[in-house]
Design a protein around this ligand. Structure first.
Ligand code: PLP
Length: 377
């Protein structure tokens, strides 16, 4: 079975597993305890915070550990709901992950406004610039790279525009971190990430906020994370997050992702040639080296996913599909794809462990499944 669903979650890498085991065996204390065990736990957590701050380029106290990005995104929008005045709007891109979109709608309802994207899946910077000249929202949120299409967003440019208008800028960098260098992301006022997308354990992530401004905890009953996130921190998974990130940053510095981008590009060319009427979403625009979002002809998403599963490939539909029903992708809808097309999308997302041979096998698998679904077998 070959795994092509890394954007959903990635296998825990050896370095992270070893770091987790080592920390589990060595560190027994609660980081809030005053005795030597607590001090040792606190030290390990502080070291991890400093290392993450170094990779992102921010102050260590800007970082709050969370259970993942869903919590981090909710914590941030909850914070803005508590602190903005009753008239302020938040502007989020139309392609945000549901943990940003739904939290924004929950807290701000009609005051959560969607920033449109182009047909290529990139946030419409011209629209944003023109709107900002007129109105100042309380927050602008644009993810760093999209989880469905892999399309890279111009977050640096948008950050600069927001700075010029003195509007706080937030980026959900979940799909960027570990796939592209983290350097510079810490310049964003607010940032979120999750370990399990780049080879760390599930259940740990972070929120970056300027340490001068305090976030109100979503939970009650503890003063952890300087009163911003109640609950005992899980030191082994925090340490493992860092072990994974260090390993990924090293691979990135050595340029290993460039070869992987070539494998993916070769796959896309073959797919378009071998599977008639297939379309690759977001071509011609910078995308993550690991993600291919494709509209597949004939058969329907679930049929493709099931057939590919039987043929030995784990792939996903573009959008979260928890019910097993075909769900239209809100990302493709926002990009202007038609109703009939948005339920045709499949996502192939590779990881650092994926080989050139895996991509070749997937291409052959798709040709085989196409022949089956095309002939109604
Ligand atoms: N943001 C993006 C862009 C994602 O892709 C995901 C996960 O799919 C999340 C947030 C949620 O992350 P977590 O699984 O850590 O809650």
């Amino acid at each position: 079975m070959i795994y092509f669903d890394y954007n959903a979650t990635a296998p825990v890498m050896r370095q992270a597993r070893e770091a987790w085991l080592e920390a589990t065996e060595r560190i027994h204390g609660n980081p809030s305890s005053p005795h030597a065990f607590g001090v040792a736990a606190h030290r390990a957590m502080t070291e991890a915070r400093e290392k993450l701050a170094h990779f992102l380029g921010c102050h260590p106290l800007d970082l709050i550990w969370t259970s993942g990005a869903t919590e981090a995104n909710n914590l941030l929008l909850h914070h803005f709901a508590q602190t903005l005045d009753a008239k302020s709007e938040v502007w989020i891109s139309a392609i945000e992950h549901p943990s940003v979109h739904d939290a924004a709608k929950h807290y701000f309802d009609q005051r959560a406004k969607l920033i449109p994207v182009t047909y290529a899946g990139v946030v419409d910077v011209e629209w944003l610039t023109a709107e900002l000249a007129d109105t100042r929202p309380g927050l602008v949120a644009v993810m760093a790279a999209n989880n469905e299409t892999g399309v890279i967003q111009p977050w640096r440019e948008i950050l600069a525009i927001c700075q010029a208008y003195e509007v706080p800028f937030f980026s959900d960098a979940v799909q960027w971190i570990g796939k592209l260098p983290a350097k510079g992301l810490g310049d964003c006022d607010y940032l979120t990430g999750a370990a399990h997308k780049f080879g760390g354990p599930r259940g740990v992530g972070f929120l970056k906020v300027p340490h001068q401004s305090r976030v109100q905890s979503l939970l009650w009953g503890g003063k952890q994370e300087r009163g911003q996130r109640a609950g005992t921190e899980n030191i082994p998974i925090i340490v493992a997050l860092l072990a994974a990130l260090e390993a990924r940053e090293k691979q990135l510095a050595e340029g290993h992702h460039q070869t992987r981008a070539e494998w993916k590009e070769k796959f896309e060319k073959l797919l378009l040639r071998q599977v008639p009427d297939s379309t690759v979403v977001g071509t011609g625009t910078p995308r993550l080296w690991n993600t291919v979002s494709a509209l597949m002809p004939a058969g329907g998403q679930q049929r493709w996913v099931t057939r590919l599963d039987k043929a030995g490939f784990a792939v996903s539909t573009g959008s979260a599909c928890t019910t097993g029903k075909e769900e239209p992708s809100h990302v493709l809808s926002a990009m202007g794809y038609k109703a009939g097309q948005v339920t045709q999308v499949l996502r192939f997302s590779s990881g650092w462990e994926t080989t050139a041979a895996d991509w070749e096998a997937l291409e052959k698998g798709l040709v085989k499944v196409y022949a089956e679904v095309h002939h109604g077998k």
